[in-house]
Design a protein around this ligand. Structure first.
Ligand code: CO
Length: 168
């Protein structure tokens, strides 16, 4: 299995609709393990979606616990209920230096499969609900840049280019 790498914006996979995971096997476990490693290596991120590491699959890993010791993997997630509204500032590993105020549902119920393929249901709010909605957007090819005005997007793109220049 090849080593997964974080894609830089703008890569076409970041804008693609991801495909359902069908095989719950050793290959999947290896992907999930690598995604957790990448996520925990990066400071200040609480989630990582498969398209961000070049995989066109409907899965993401997340850890919203204060001490980063509660790894959760959501596969083929679907939000089946949502209530209320909240606005908070979000960043994204894919868009370095960009922070965007986003309106999300406050409380959500999500159905997903775990690494073994077992169906799970989670009702949650706050940071975790936000993270799940952010990561599910990634599975639809939606980025924070798609949630802001044209003018703000131009400014954000400049920030990304600058951050990418500094990284390289
Ligand atoms: Co993101």
């Amino acid at each position: 299995m090849t080593e997964l790498k974080v894609l830089s914006y703008p890569h076409p996979t970041l804008k693609s609709v991801a495909k359902p995971v069908k095989e719950f096997d050793a290959h999947l476990s290896s992907i999930v393990k690598q995604m957790f490693e990448i996520m925990y290596k990066e400071e200040s991120i609480v989630g990582l979606a498969a398209p961000q590491v070049g995989l066109n699959l409907r899965l993401f890993v997340m850890d919203t616990s204060p001490n980063q010791n509660d790894p959760v993997c959501l596969i083929n997630p679907i939000i089946i209920d949502q209530q209320g509204e909240c606005v908070s500032e979000e960043g994204c590993l894919t868009l370095p230096g960009v922070y965007v105020k986003v309106k999300r549902a406050k409380v959500i119920t999500v159905e997903y499969q775990n690494e073994q393929g077992e169906k799970q249901t989670l009702t949650t709010e706050g940071l975790t609900a936000n993270a799940i909605q952010h990561e599910i957007d990634h599975l639809e090819g939606i980025l924070l840049l798609d949630k802001i005005s044209n003018l703000k997007r131009i400014m954000a793109l400049k920030k990304i280019e600058k951050a990418q220049r500094m990284e390289s």
